[in-house]
Design a protein. Structure first.
Length: 80
C-alpha cells in the first residue's frame, strides 16, 4: 500500500477538525452545536486510530482528550 493511501484517514481526520475550527471562527458553526461537535468526534477518532497504530503517545493523549471533550459537548447538546 502506498504512503498516500495509508495517510488518507489522517488527512481526512485533520481536515474535519480544521473545518470545524474554521467554521467556528468565522461564525458558521457554534462551538456547542452538534455539527461542530460531530466533525470533531469523527476527526479525532480517525486521528486517534492512526496515533495508536504509530504508538505516538503525545498524539494519543491529545486526540483522546479532544474526543472525550467533544463527546461530552455532544452529550450536553443532546440533553437540551
Amino acid at each position: 500500500m502506498n504512503d498516500l493511501v495509508q495517510q488518507i484517514p489522517q488527512l481526512v481526520g485533520a481536515a474535519l477538525q480544521l473545518m470545524a475550527f474554521g467554521a467556528g471562527q468565522v461564525g458558521w458553526l457554534a462551538a456547542k452545536a452538534a455539527p461542530y461537535l460531530i466533525l470533531n468526534v469523527v476527526g479525532s477518532v480517525l486521528l486517534l486510530v492512526d496515533a495508536v497504530g504509530m504508538m505516538a503517545w503525545g498524539f494519543i493523549i491529545l486526540e483522546s482528550a479532544w474526543l472525550l471533550i467533544s463527546l461530552f459537548g455532544l452529550w450536553q447538546a443532546g440533553r437540551k
